[in-house]
Design a protein around this ligand. Structure first.
Ligand SMILES: NC(=O)c1ccc[n+]([C@@H]2O[C@H](COP(=O)([O-])OP(=O)(O)OC[C@H]3O[C@@H](n4cnc5c(N)ncnc54)[C@H](O)[C@@H]3O)[C@@H](O)[C@H]2O)c1
Length: 431
């Protein structure tokens, strides 16, 4: 073990975090909970003020956990120079796609500039943001060594993808962490550091292997969701219940992993991450046909779901135009209040464009954000008698599915929520 790996294994050290969102904040709080010191930096003064006031904007970090981290000395700051005192820096900034679906690396580049400014001999720098294979070597290594520090001798650079699943039970420290170094010593140093933060570390031979592993995980999901969304449309044509088909196939004890249809893929991971790979592939003159096909199927699902709502209304002699439709759930997935890139919104937009009057019930997203999308917010527990149809788009646990099916004459369930809850209702139709 190198001296530096031993330091990260045995000593009390300080972790710096760049970017305090869904990934960075849980990481910072986890490091505190595991006895390390933390300097948490974000460019947004509003985010820093909110956190220092003890308000966590993220469901996975409670106000109590944040308060405990703060009272144990976690520094939350908008001053990047405070990071000079860190022994390891973890970069957790956004990595969206640009207008033409190409990687927008501006946040990673900005974080790399911060690294170049604060880097000290002996520091470990690890990138956690999802990105194309090669980013760590292309952007982070030059930044960390710009001042003349030598990789693997004075400074250590790694990539370790974040796999946190907001709203799910497994938290940051419990999810195994893939770690790839930009050099052999970097790999050992980074693995030693992460072993203090998470229960299990899975070292790989290079940073780009770790970068691609993350993209494979989410491409696998996107492709399989695309497959099941196509199967759902076929099953509907054949008058077969796709949910029963999936349950039956899942009874096979090996070789089948269930995926479920829905109104499209949302959030800032599954629709985006395969595009990093597709973009890198194009550079190498390589066609990623599965990625493209899954994207084609998945991006058409919102209009397919909207069409199914229209068909349902039609069977009741109602037009889409002028009809009051209740959208239930506009978060991009269950049990989170995050509505970024949500397919639910796309479904409702299609119906709105056809003249429907849209209201939305989503207790987690909240009324102000619902109104900001131009939809009328409906509170949980409010009377629902005025709606002709409800469409279940995101199946939060807190929803009262019985009350919705009781009050609204017809319900399209795009998530199989009633089936899963064991509620049998004649007026509920599955996607
Ligand atoms: N949210 C998820 O579920 C999830 C899961 C796995 C991986 N990821 C990946 O993790 C990365 C971060 O995602 P997120 O969801 O935490 O983003 P986020 O938008 O929730 O938070 C990012 C934070 O970074 C801050 N920031 C932006 N530029 C900065 C800079 N130059 N210096 C310091 N702070 C800066 C922003 O103010 C914001 O608070 C992305 O690459 C994402 O793809 C996200």
């Amino acid at each position: 073990m190198s001296d530096r790996a031993r330091f990260f294994t045995e000593e009390s050290w300080t972790g710096g975090v760049i970017g305090l969102g869904y990934v960075g904040l849980p990481l910072a709080v986890t490091m505190m909970a595991r006895g390390l010191e933390v300097i948490a930096f974000d460019v947004s003064p509003a985010r820093v003020a909110e956190l220092n006031a003890g308000r966590s904007p993220i469901e996975d970090v409670s106000d109590d956990e944040l308060a405990e981290a703060l009272s144990n000395g976690m520094i939350v700051t908008a001053d990047p120079d405070r990071l000079r005192a860190a022994d390891a820096i973890f970069i957790c900034v956004p990595s969206p796609l640009g207008r033409n679906r190409e990687p927008d690396l501006s946040y990673i580049r900005a974080a790399a500039e911060t690294v170049a400014r604060v880097v000290q001999p002996g520091m470990l720098v690890s990138l956690e943001s999802t990105t194309y294979p090669g980013t760590t070597e292309d952007i982070l290594v030059p930044a960390a060594t710009a001042s003349g520090l030598v990789l693997d001798e004075d400074v250590y650079v790694a990539f370790s993808p974040e796999r946190v699943n907001p709203g799910a039970d497994m938290k940051t420290g419990q999810i195994p962490k893939v770690v790839g170094g930009a050099g052999e010593v970097s790999a050992r140093v980074a693995s030693a550091a992460y072993a203090r933060v998470v229960d299990s570390v899975y070292p790989v031979s290079s940073a780009k292997t770790a970068e691609m592993a993350k993209l494979l995980e989410n491409t696998y999901r996107a492709v399989n969701i695309g497959l099941i969304n196509e199967m759902a449309q076929l099953a509907h044509e054949l008058d077969i219940d796709i949910w029963e088909v999936i349950d039956a196939a899942s009874s096979k004890p090996f070789g089948f992993h269930p995926f479920y249809p829905g109104p499209g893929v949302g959030g800032h991971c599954i629709p985006l991450d395969p595009q990093f790979l597709a973009w890198r592939a194009r550079e190498a003159n390589f066609a990623t046909r599965f990625i493209d096909l899954a994207e084609q199927v998945n991006t058409k699902m919102p209009s397919y779901a909207a069409g199914r709502v229209a068909d349902l209304l039609n069977t009741h002699g109602l037009p889409v135009f002028g009809t009051a439709i209740l959208g239930v759930g506009i978060a991009y997935k269950p049990n989170v209040g995050d509505d970024r890139e949500s397919a639910s919104i796309e479904v409702l937009r299609v119906l709105e464009q056809r003249g429907a009057v849209i209201s939305v019930l989503d207790p987690l997203v909240g009324e102000a954000r619902i109104a900001a999308h131009g939809f009328a917010p409906v509170a949980q527990g409010a009377a629902l008698d005025d709606f002709s149809v409800a469409v279940i788009l995101t199946d939060h646990d807190v929803l009262d599915l019985e009350a919705i099916a009781e009050a609204v004459p017809v319900v399209l369930d795009t998530r199989g929520a009633y089936r899963r809850a064991g509620i049998a209702r004649d007026n509920v139709v599955s996607l």
